[in-house]
Design a protein around this ligand. Structure first.
Ligand SMILES: *Cc1c(COP(=O)(O)O)cnc(C)c1O
Length: 379
């Protein structure tokens, strides 16, 4: 089935009771049981409820996985996956990982005896070197935030298989419409569904998708035990958002490519980071594992002062954190997503003082380019 048909098939239901094609919002924390000895499919809504079930089946279907789980935020989803590890376990993580994931790995898990090493995942030899006898998993994020570094998913899966580790991939930046890590051999896909999957800057949500029943059981156990589940209302909004995932990703990624090409030729821009450009150092690998470059790019305007001027002069984009929505969002990583890093740490991650991140929405690409041109003319 084509991805287009798959999206609509996954996000619409045929309610057996009424025939409603939208998933019913079933607000019930508890479910009555058939008899003293015979219990139904649902008992208490943290353990499972029909609305969340429909959303979980949908994200699983989109990622070509067997089992999906929905959480209250992306961080709840990622943390719940990491909570399947035990004291003494070790994990090797891409050094360009999302800031919230960095914080859980640095400041929460070590207190429980779960340790990690950050490695540049474009250096496969460095990944192998970081693997210890107690290593259990490799953690991929591609493209990474905000410098859009590319990891060779198949190669990392190959290393993991050799050492009998499992792989986790954060697929937030592309969504399953553009990249499906499970098809490339990854064991666990995680999402901030807050971004492209929901797509409207309205809800916070997280998703986990796996193929293996044993892994699925472990993740379900943590989901039910810790309890950071997605609410019924938010699941409904997520399903509604997913229905337009294909058209949103297509429009936004086509615009992002156009804008990236334009900025690359612009005299006021010193560097454009976009994996859909042939000049990007990860272009070949990215093209082998994803449909296109996605809807997020970063570009360097030379200095913090210039970045401030550009942000203040733009009319169309919203200046805020987050990404993956219908409106174009511009953010300044050194003061937003990466505010906790000092100048040296920022430089190590390639986050230069003039770097702006641009998540392209559904506006007209030419309008965005004209807006960027007038702002860049002022620096
Ligand atoms: C936003 C984001 C997260 C965290 O998700 P929340 O929904 O904000 O908790 C994780 N990974 C990536 C790549 C993100 O962009």
């Amino acid at each position: 089935m084509s991805d287009w048909t798959n999206i609509i098939d996954a996000a619409t239901t045929n309610d057996p009771l009424s025939g409603a094609i939208n998933t019913p919002i079933q607000l019930s924390s508890t479910f009555s049981q058939k008899s003293f000895d015979e219990f139904g499919e649902y008992d208490y809504a943290r353990s499972g409820n029909p609305t969340r079930d429909a959303g979980e089946k949908a994200v699983a279907q989109l990622e070509h996985g067997n089992y999906g789980y929905l959480f209250s935020t992306g961080m709840a989803a990622i943390s719940s996956v990491l909570f399947t590890l035990s004291a003494g376990d070790h994990i090797v993580v891409s050094k360009h990982v999302y800031g919230g994931t960095f914080r859980v790995l640095e400041d929460v898990l070590p207190r429980w005896g779960i340790t990690h090493d950050f490695v540049d995942f474009s250096d496969l030899a460095a990944i192998e070197k970081a693997i210890k006898p107690e290593t259990k998993a490799l953690y991929i994020e591609t493209p990474s935030n905000p410098v859009l570094n590319i990891t060779d998913i198949r190669a990392v899966v190959g290393i993991a298989k050799k050492h009998q580790l499992f792989t986790i991939a954060d697929n937030t930046f592309l969504s399953p419409f553009l990249q499906k890590p499970l098809d490339l051999g990854v064991d666990i896909v995680v999402h901030s569904a807050t971004k492209f999957l929901a797509g409207h800057s309205d809800i916070l949500a997280g998703a986990v998708v796996v193929n293996d029943k044993k892994l699925a059981d472990q993740i379900y156990f943590v989901q039910n035990a810790v309890g950071a589940t997605l609410s019924v209302f938010d699941t409904w909004l997520l399903l509604r958002g997913i229905k337009t995932l294909g058209v949103r990703m297509t429009h936004s990624s086509e615009s992002a490519y156009k804008i990236a090409e334009h900025l690359e030729a612009h005299e006021k821009v010193s560097n454009v980071l976009y994996p859909g450009l042939k000049t990007h150092k990860g272009y070949e690998i990215h093209a082998s594992q994803a449909k296109n470059g996605g809807a997020v790019l970063s570009f360097d305007v030379g200095s913090q002062e210039n970045a401030k001027k550009v942000v203040e002069s733009l009319h169309i984009p919203v200046f805020s954190v987050s990404l993956g929505a219908v409106e174009t969002i511009i953010s300044y990583p050194p003061k937003m997503s990466h505010a906790e890093l000092n100048v040296d740490e920022l430089a190590k991650c390639g986050i230069t003082p003039g770097l702006l991140r641009f998540s392209v929405g559904l506006e007209d690409a030419d309008d965005l380019i004209a807006d960027l041109d007038s702002a860049l003319a002022l620096i």
